[in-house]
Design a protein around this ligand. Structure first.
Ligand code: OAD
Length: 232
């Protein structure tokens, strides 16, 4: 870790840009790297609209399993430090743990495991039933998880809210993300070009590392604890 003094309290427009690495300490696996979800499951069978159109029951079996696993997990210290610091959370995570930790301003770029929608009648609602029962909407069509699957577009409103927060932030913390999934992966560049102090928290270097001035190599909660400790 670089020996720089960063005090969270010295910044009043913080953006926490988070990925799956933040939830590792809660017991939720990442997507890539060893033990990653996309090593065990082929996204083309479980996480794209084509798979859902072909076999919605199979796709729901996968998502019910994920909902069950995530429901058994708790926010970890990293989520709690972020919630206590305030600021804006721009997350790629769909697990809902930022909200459960008490963060109030959370932009879920990739949607949420805990919302379902119907693409026929437009219903979109929170739903924490595990397993989801019934899997169909009142209009008769299959509900689908309101998450951004491979090949889906990101919600333009969420993306523009994220852009606005990042362009206006004075501290940008990228935490636990591999920086390979666009357009989210372009946000560190946006923050750097807008003049924010940019810090990456990740045990490993990533393709986005070059956009950050400072790199904290270690687990999310340990490194966030340091930033908090540095805050005195
Ligand atoms: P990835 O699985 O691609 O990357 C996880 C990152 O977390 C890696 O860079 C790890 O080095 C890092 N990491 C691992 N353990 C950590 C720890 N304890 N503390 C901090 N960092 C740690 O996950 P994302 O970047 O979030 O999309 O993936 C982006 C998107 O790809 C996801 O939102 C998901 C996936 O397809 C959807 O589900 C829509």
């Amino acid at each position: 870790m670089q020996s720089i003094q960063v005090r969270l309290e010295d910044y009043d427009r913080i953006v926490f840009f988070t990925g799956a690495g933040l939830s590792v300490e809660s017991g939720i696996p990442t997507y890539r790297g060893s033990g990653g979800i996309w090593h065990e499951y082929n996204y083309e069978d479980y996480a794209c609209q084509r798979a859902f159109d072909r076999d919605p029951e199979r796709v729901w079996d996968f998502h019910d399993k994920r909902r069950e696993a995530v429901a058994a997990c708790e926010p970890n210290e990293g989520h709690r430090i972020i919630a206590a610091a305030g600021g804006t959370v721009v997350t790629q995570n769909i697990d809902g743990l930022h909200g459960r930790a008490g963060s109030e301003s959370v932009i879920e770029l990739h949607g949420s495991l805990w919302r379902v929608r119907c693409d026929r009648c437009g219903t979109n609602e929170e739903n924490d039933h595990v397993p989801l029962e019934p899997r169909t909407c009142g209009c008769g069509a299959y509900l689908r998880p309101d998450i951004v699957w491979f090949e889906d577009m990101l919600d333009p409103l969420r993306m523009s809210l994220a852009h606005r927060a990042v362009e206006g932030c004075d501290l940008f913390l990228g935490i636990g993300t591999s920086g390979v999934v666009v357009p989210a992966a372009l946000l560190p560049r946006l923050a750097a070009e807008a003049g924010a102090t940019c810090i990456e928290i990740n045990p490993e270097e990533t393709p986005a590392s070059g956009w950050y001035q400072h790199h904290f190599r270690g687990s999310a909660s340990e490194m966030l604890r340091k930033l908090k400790a540095d805050s005195g």
